[in-house]
Design a protein around this ligand. Structure first.
Ligand SMILES: [Zn+2]
Length: 208
């Protein structure tokens, strides 16, 4: 029996969990993966090498089977590390992947695999991020998550950069970004074009 024949009994699909930073995308991805594990499905979770934050995150099930996110450098490496018979494939921080992820997600879903992708829809300039726009187009299901605006408490749709340079791929957490709503978002101006240790941010730069 070929892989595609075996997949005939289940319908594949692509699900996207997106939104800004601090909106709970990874938590929602892990929640779905955990439920798939409880249902005794064969699952794998991948994350790009660029993301170090999730390195020690693991999914632990009630019967103590755990699942570590597999770090890969490209969509090609992700493809190579797929297990035969995998039923659910999770991808975290998908905005850092190459465009090959779109074709791979489609191919897997066509073969009957449930593909769950979590990632930022926009960068700090509010521009579409990496392969996410194309993934949003091909997905059956899209959930936009919202954080809470740190300024006013409204649902936050943007990742406001508050420190560092103008590199789109600057990885950081609450020291470099905060959640902001449309009213409170302001375009970020790098303090300097040269690389300056973030320590200098400790001198507390207040924004208007
Ligand atoms: Zn606000």
């Amino acid at each position: 029996m070929t892989l595609s024949e075996r997949a005939g009994s289940t319908m594949g699909r692509i699900e996207i969990i997106t939104g800004g930073m601090f909106s709970g995308k990874s938590e929602e991805l892990l929640r779905r993966m955990r439920r798939a594990l409880i249902a005794r499905q064969r699952v794998q979770v991948f994350q790009p090498e660029a993301d170090t934050r999730g390195a020690d995150e693991r999914i632990v099930t009630r019967d103590n089977r755990d699942l570590e996110a597999i770090t890969v450098r490209s969509s090609l490496e992700l493809r190579e590390r797929l297990l035969l018979g995998v039923e659910v494939v999770g991808v975290d921080e998908a905005q850092f992947f190459d465009d090959g992820l779109v074709a791979l997600a489609t191919e897997l879903a066509d073969l009957g695999v449930r593909v769950i992708v979590a990632g930022l829809d926009q960068d700090y300039r509010r521009e579409p991020f990496g392969p996410m726009p194309a993934l949003l187009s091909v997905a059956e299901y899209v959930d936009k998550m919202h954080a809470v605006c740190v300024r006013c408490g409204a649902p936050a749709h943007y990742s406001q950069r508050i420190a560092g340079g103008s590199d789109q791929l600057q990885v950081g957490d609450s020291e470099s970004y905060e959640a902001r709503c449309r009213r409170c978002y302001v375009p970020f101006e790098p303090e300097t074009s040269e690389a300056v240790p973030l320590l200098s941010a400790a001198s507390s730069v207040e924004e208007g």
